[in-house]
Design a protein around this ligand. Structure first.
Ligand SMILES: [Zn+2]
Length: 249
C-alpha cells in the first residue's frame, strides 16, 4: 500500500512540475472540480485564461496553484474592548447577540488578497472564533479574485504607463461612495488607510480619492472600493485610447 501511495504522489508531483514548474504546498491535495483537474493536468497555466472566460472558481487552491506569490492582508474592521485602552483598531470585529440563556459571541474579519500585478480579491468571513473567521475571509477573498486593467489617465503625467488607473471610477456599498482618480507619478496613495491596503495588493501605485457618506463601517468602505475597481472591466476602449492611456491587460 505504501509503495502505491508513494508512486501516486511522485506521479502527481511530476505532473505538477510540468504545469509551469509549480507544486502546491500540500502535495496530497487532489482537485475535485473539473476546472481544478484541468489546472492540475497543466491544460490551464495562467489565471487570466480562467478570468477572461468568466468561469466560476469553486476551489481556493486553484488560486494558490496558479499564483504562487499571492500576498494577503486584513482590513481593520473591528476595535478592542475595555475601559482603558479600548477603541483601538483591530482586524477582527467582535459582535454579541443576547439570548435568554447567555451572550453569544461572533467574530468577523475582512481579507484582501493580490499579487501586486493587476489581480485582487476581497472577502468577508464570520465564525465563532477569530481564527475561523480569518480563514473563511481568506478563502472568500481568493474566490472573488478579479483582474483590473491599469493605465495612466492623468493629464499631468501622460506617460502611457501602467502605474495608475485609466479613468475616474466610483463604487458604492451602503451609504459609502468611493471615487478614485488617476494621479501622476510620485503622488503615491492619497487615500484612506484601508483603501491603501487594497491599492497596494492590486498593483496600483498612484491614486487620488474622494470618499462620501458614512465611513465608520470599514467593511462598507472595503466593498465600495472593490466595486469601483470592478467597474473598470465594464468599459470597452478603442485601440487608440488603449495606446494613449497605456492600458495593460
Ligand atoms: Zn503616468
Amino acid at each position: 500500500m505504501e509503495n502505491k501511495e508513494q508512486n501516486e504522489t511522485s506521479a502527481a508531483a511530476e505532473i505538477a512540475q510540468d504545469a509551469g514548474k509549480r507544486t502546491y504546498p500540500e502535495k496530497t491535495y487532489t482537485f475535485k472540480t473539473e476546472l481544478g483537474k484541468q489546472v492540475q493536468n497543466g491544460d490551464i497555466k495562467d489565471i487570466d485564461d480562467i478570468l477572461n472566460k468568466h468561469l466560476k472558481i469553486l476551489e481556493p487552491q486553484i488560486i494558490d496553484f496558479l499564483i504562487p506569490n499571492l500576498q494577503s492582508d486584513f482590513l481593520y474592521v473591528g476595535q478592542s474592548k475595555g475601559k482603558l485602552g479600548g477603541g483601538k483598531r483591530r482586524i477582527v470585529r467582535n459582535t454579541q447577540k443576547v439570548t435568554a440563556k447567555a451572550k453569544r459571541q461572533h467574530f468577523s474579519a475582512m481579507a484582501v488578497v493580490g499579487d501586486g500585478n493587476g489581480h485582487v480579491g476581497i472577502g468577508k468571513g464570520r465564525g465563532l472564533e477569530s481564527v475561523v473567521a480569518k480563514e473563511k475571509a481568506l478563502k472568500t477573498a481568493k474566490l472573488n479574485l478579479i483582474k483590473i486593467p491599469r493605465g495612466c489617465g492623468s493629464w499631468e503625467c501622460a506617460c502611457h504607463g501602467g502605474h495608475s488607473i485609466p479613468i475616474k471610477i466610483s463604487g458604492k456599498c451602503g451609504s459609502t461612495t468611493v471615487t478614485l482618480f488617476p494621479a501622476p507619478k510620485g503622488i503615491s496613495f492619497c487615500v484612506m488607510d484601508d483603501i491603501k491596503i487594497i491599492m497596494k495588493l492590486s498593483g496600483i501605485k498612484d491614486v487620488w480619492s474622494m470618499v462620501q457618506g458614512q465611513t465608520h463601517t470599514r467593511i462598507n468602505v472595503g466593498y465600495a472600493t472593490f466595486d469601483a475597481l470592478k467597474s473598470l472591466s465594464y468599459y470597452r476602449f478603442f485601440d487608440r485610447e488603449k495606446q494613449n492611456l497605456g492600458i495593460k491587460g
